[in-house]
Design a protein around this ligand. Structure first.
Ligand code: FAD
Length: 65
């Protein structure tokens, strides 16, 4: 039989929920995280993770001030 009992439930896997889940698990609490959004794959779905910093549109916006 599945053990569906948890010490803590974190709703949302954004930075707030992610950090909360990390702290809770570090304290030894059995923690479950619920996320309503789609499954985002590391290395695949972060489209701009490896682009150069300060690409043209941002640099242009700064210089045009
Ligand atoms: C277009 C854009 C660009 C940004 N760029 C930057 C940037 O460059 N640098 C920066 O520091 N900040 C940036 N921010 C701000 C940053 O994204 C937010 O401040 C940060 O994500 C807030 O974190 P959070 O964990 O509070 O919320 P979120 O990141 O919004 O996480 C909330 C999570 O909860 C889930 N959720 C919501 N309701 C439910 C539910 N009922 N059940 C289950 N799951 C649920 C959502 O799907 C989501 O995954 C940007 C924001 C936007 C919109």
């Amino acid at each position: 039989m599945a053990d569906n009992t948890y010490d803590a439930i974190v709703v949302g896997s954004g930075i707030s929920g992610g950090w909360a889940a990390m702290e809770l698990t570090r304290m030894g609490l059995k923690t479950i995280m619920l996320e309503r959004g789609r499954d985002i794959k590391h290395g695949v779905d972060y489209k701009t993770a490896n682009t150069e910093k300060w690409e043209f549109p941002i640099v242009a916006a700064v210089h045009n001030k």
